[in-house]
Design a protein. Structure first.
Length: 258
């Protein structure tokens, strides 16, 4: 059940570009690279759509970065579970083995999580409705109905998207959770997108990661996906020395999920 929904209005004294970043899973250099790229691309606003912590550990480090750079926050299942003191990730995989492995990552992520940060994660809203000038956006983690719902471009029907757009009175919806980015424009100019994640690659053999930029400088919001390279090999090597299981480090090296 959703805790609450936050509605925000951003001042529009000039061009506004919103960086939508998510799923860092403790991957410090990838998150740093995405923030640096977004600033170079002229982003004026930053939103993080959840799952800050995960398989790479380094939870307090990435949370510190998010506190510094992201005024707009949406809770993922990792934030919700950590704040509730749960021992499982609540990812919602259909495969019991996938859920087991993800819960191992969640255990690692919570090992050194400070009480202060755990409490702060519990303050993140489940949904954010954002107005930037005339652009009306809904930011979610999985879907507007469920934080850990997996929405795939190949199976999601337009009728659900239209219903959500109407229910929340917005022009666009941006989510994450699956780790697979996509963009679905509708005939009337509205759209829904998955911004991908920066903590792991897209299971396509390319170790690069992705985030999204929403441009609100025109009359209607537009979406662009950004591909980000970082020194994934050095990061995977570091995680190996820290004792992170290879089931999590090999995807960083190869671009393929295990």
């Amino acid at each position: 059940m959703q805790k609450w929904q936050m509605t925000s209005n951003l001042e529009t004294g000039g061009p506004r570009r919103l960086a939508v970043i998510s799923g860092s899973y403790g991957n410090v250099p990838a998150l740093e690279a995405a923030i640096t790229d977004a600033r170079a691309e002229g982003c004026t606003d930053f939103a993080f759509l959840g799952d800050a912590i995960g398989c790479c550990g380094h939870s307090n480090e990435v949370i510190g970065m998010i506190r510094t750079h992201f005024p707009i926050l949406v809770a993922g299942n990792h934030e919700q579970q950590a704040a509730a003191g749960e021992l499982t990730c609540g990812c919602g995989y259909a495969s019991a083995e996938d859920e087991r492995i993800s819960c191992l990552a969640f255990e690692r992520a919570c090992e050194d999580l400070t009480d202060e940060n755990r409490v702060w994660l519990g303050t993140w809203p489940d949904l954010v409705r954002l107005e930037i000038g005339s652009c009306r956006l809904l930011l979610v983690h999985g879907s507007p109905d469920q934080t850990n719902e997996f929405l795939y471009n190949s199976t999601l029907d337009d009728d659900r998207i239209v219903r959500w757009l109407d229910e929340h009175d917005v022009d666009a919806i941006i989510g994450t959770h699956t780790g697979l980015p996509w963009h679905r424009p509708l005939p009337n100019g509205t759209w829904m997108a998955n911004a991908g994640v920066v903590g792991k690659p897209d299971n396509d053999g390319d170790p690069a990661v992705h985030y999204g930029i929403v441009d609100c400088t025109g009359g209607a919001p537009s979406f662009a996906l950004r591909r980000i390279s970082y020194d994934h090999t050095a990061w995977a090597d570091q995680l190996d020395t820290e004792g992170i299981d290879t089931v999590f480090t090999e995807p960083l090296r190869t671009g393929w999920w295990t």
